[in-house]
Design a protein around this ligand. Structure first.
Ligand SMILES: CC(C)(COP(=O)(O)OP(=O)(O)OC[C@H]1O[C@@H](n2cnc3c(N)ncnc32)[C@H](O)[C@@H]1OP(=O)(O)O)[C@@H](O)C(=O)NCCC(=O)NCCS
Length: 213
């Protein structure tokens, strides 16, 4: 699908709300990341809810520079890989709380800073909805996710015993407060710079409307 860094191609990222035509891709990605957490109907319900932000992260690739020009001379068009859904994030606004219900990055693209970009965007949405706190449940064995949430200031506040039916594992309940405060906006601005730097290091270029305040 997407080429490696040494290939003369530019990789673009975009985060936007999912639309009806994206739902099949969302279910496919959900199956890959969670083994089938939500159904097509489940994702569809989010689209109609004013209290939900269901976000998708899309990656695309375009061949540029010398190799694209060489190909153009031979009459072949530059290679273009159209936007593909590689990440999902969802929050529910309930009273003054943001419940983060989905966060997932395609396994092939994990470890490049994309999860934190998507979490950043969810928290940004929560801030602009004037929500005060964010919360989520996570398997205690999911060290990658727990570490990511802690990085964004989430703290363990309790656990739900044997919450996950498949393994009987406990869920950690995590909270992040202070989202409505002006200093949280400053925090987001600082994080954004670091996230963007890391994405650039991984050869990701951001579409202009990614991470808008
Ligand atoms: C959790 C998940 C969304 C992280 O996405 P990602 O794109 O791989 O994460 P990033 O590259 O943005 O990493 C951000 C931070 O997450 C943590 N992290 C990510 N991968 C990690 C790993 N393998 N081990 C430990 N910490 C990890 C680190 O704190 C990392 O920051 P650092 O690189 O500065 O140390 C991704 O692993 C995933 O989709 N997992 C499957 C679905 C899932 O479990 N979702 C969470 C449900 S609650």
């Amino acid at each position: 699908m997407f080429s490696s860094v040494q290939f003369t191609a530019v990789r673009f990222l975009q985060i936007k709300h999912l639309a009806a035509e994206d739902l099949n891709s969302a279910v496919e990605l959900d199956r890959l990341c969670f083994g089938g957490l939500w159904t097509l109907e489940g994702y569809g319900r989010e689209l109609g809810s004013p209290n939900s932000d269901l976000l998708g992260l899309w990656a695309s690739e375009t061949e540029v520079g010398e190799s694209a020009q060489n190909l153009a001379r031979t009459g072949a068009p530059p290679l273009q890989i159209p936007p593909t859904l590689i990440g999902l994030g969802c929050l529910w606004a309930i009273l003054e709380e943001a419940h983060i219900t989905i966060l997932a990055i395609h396994p092939r693209f994990q470890g490049q800073g994309l999860g934190q970009a998507l979490l950043w965007d969810l928290l940004n949405k929560a801030h602009y909805r004037q929500l005060e706190r964010a919360t989520l449940e996570v398997r205690e064995s999911n060290l990658a996710a727990v570490s990511l949430y802690k990085k964004f200031g989430f703290k363990e506040a309790g656990r739900r015993k044997r919450y996950y039916e498949d393994t009987g594992e406990d869920a950690l309940v995590m909270w992040r407060s202070g989202l409505e405060k002006p200093e949280f906006q400053q925090y987001l601005a600082v994080e954004k710079v670091q996230i963007c730097d890391r994405l650039h290091q991984k050869n990701w270029h951001l579409a202009s409307d990614i991470f808008e305040f």
